[in-house]
Design a protein around this ligand. Structure first.
Ligand code: ATP
Ligand code: MG
Length: 400
């Protein structure tokens, strides 16, 4: 049975072929189809040059046209279409210095990292497998296409990709490839951190992350990675991760929770991640710390956006070995008297009106925070009169 993603992409192969060019499904999609596991994205390789693809299809986004890659939009879906190519050396360790477009599928497959990824499938389902990738898939083997030392030197990202495929697929690294990993591992130092981050994220989220993490520890990978290389006994710390973490912010939060001296800002900066990752990491760390202090309180649930429930549950499990049920979070959320600040029946303006002689300043915000906390923890009802009464008679702001 073909994955529905292939079926959606089939008209693209057919159209390219109708213009006299070759077109194939390639890479991870073919590998996963043979393994009968879900496909993330369908990549297409073609003998047509990028300019021809632009003429053949009405909607084409030229994302990496100089490297031969364009995105074809079809039925509101995106498909990466890459012209058969050969790559030069990667002297900046980011992009190949030059790319040569070629007309030969076998040569295109020969530049790919592992035999299991050097497969192509045509529109009728015939598989092209010049490097015996299907055999390696059957034996669960990760093996480079060609000499592993040369391939790792050419692009050391392939080393960490090998580990992430161990994590995703539960495969083993073939002996010769593994010994090349060992002797080449220091080349990882030369890689752009953004490329590493992408693979590292996949490594921690794989179903077999425990096995992959153990292997990375055995081969001393952590010494080569920013932040990880500064953690004492990093192998023991990571050995406690016994289920996948999704998103680098979960990994960063795990590191911070176990190493309070490390600054989240510093972790995010060293890994060149976004402000969004910074805030998400911080939110998760604060929530787990609140949980450690007082359990699953309404205040904790109020602070935690629902899109982070799963991250929070995973982190509590990995960090504390405790299971939280998503229903518990949802039920607590449902019972919250307010969902956000905007729902408070009292404003900064109301507060200033109550204390007209007091100079406006940060006390207003501070005091609104107190009101918010009293409402969420049900010490105070969310009602204008009651809040006013509460402020005025029981809890006047200091020096008011
Ligand atoms: P996933 O299913 O996780 O997307 P994938 O195998 O498709 O896995 P991608 O990173 O999407 O991995 O890369 C697509 C294909 O491009 C790979 O299957 C491989 O053939 C090739 N490839 C990617 N990165 C490299 C690299 N650094 N060196 C050589 N070939 C690569
Ligand atoms: Mg892919």
């Amino acid at each position: 049975m073909w994955d529905s993603k292939f079926k959606e992409a089939l008209p693209i192969l057919e159209r390219i072929e109708s213009f006299g060019y070759q077109a194939f499904f390639v890479g991870g999609a073919v590998r996963n189809q043979l393994l009968a596991i879900p496909i993330t994205d369908v990549d297409i390789a073609t003998s047509a040059p990028p300019t021809a693809i632009q003429e053949i299809f009405p909607k084409v986004i030229p994302v990496g046209i100089e490297h031969g890659t364009v995105i074809v939009r079809h039925n509101h879906e995106s498909f990466e279409v890459t012209t058969f190519r050969l790559e030069g050396t990667y002297s900046d360790k980011r992009h190949p210095d030059r790319v040569t477009f070629i007309a030969d599928l076998d040569l295109d497959l020969s530049r790919r990292d592992f035999t299991m990824n050097a497969l192509a499938m045509d529109r009728l389902g015939s598989v092209y497998d010049p490097f015996n990738g299907q055999n390696d898939i059957r034996n669960k083997m990760i093996r480079t296409v060609g000499n592993p030392n040369d391939r790792f030197m050419e692009d050391p990202l392939r080393i960490i990709r090998a580990f992430r495929f161990v994590s995703q697929l539960g495969f083993f690294i073939e002996e010769e490839t593994l010994s090349a990993v060992l002797s080449s591992i220091e080349w990882i130092d030369s890689l752009a951190v953004e490329r590493l981050a992408n693979e590292l994220e996949k490594l921690f989220r794989g179903d077999y992350c425990r096995v992959a993490i153990r292997l990375c520890s055995e081969l001393n990978l952590w010494r080569r990675l920013p932040v990880f290389n500064k953690i004492d006994d990093v192998s023991s710390l990571l050995a406690n991760i016994n289920s996948p973490l999704v998103g680098l912010y979960e990994v960063f939060a795990y590191i911070k929770l176990n190493n309070p001296a490390v600054q989240i800002k510093e972790i995010v900066r060293e890994w060149k991640q976004s402000n969004h990752t910074f805030h998400t990491t911080k939110q998760l760390v604060e929530s787990v710390e609140l949980y450690m202090k007082s359990g699953l309180t309404p205040w904790l649930v109020y602070q935690l956006p629902s899109e982070l429930y799963h991250s929070f549950i995973r982190l509590v499990e990995v960090t504390l070995g405790e299971q939280i049920n998503e229903n518990q979070l949802q039920q607590t959320e449902k019972e919250l008297p307010i969902k956000n600040k905007k729902m408070i029946d009292f404003s900064g303006h109301d507060l200033i009106k109550l204390y007209p002689n007091r100079v406006k300043g940060p006390w207003v915000q501070r005091y609104l925070n107190e009101i918010e906390s009293a409402i969420v923890t049900k010490k105070l009802t969310n009602n204008y009169i009651e809040i006013k009464e509460w402020v005025h008679t029981c809890h006047p702001p200091e020096n008011a």
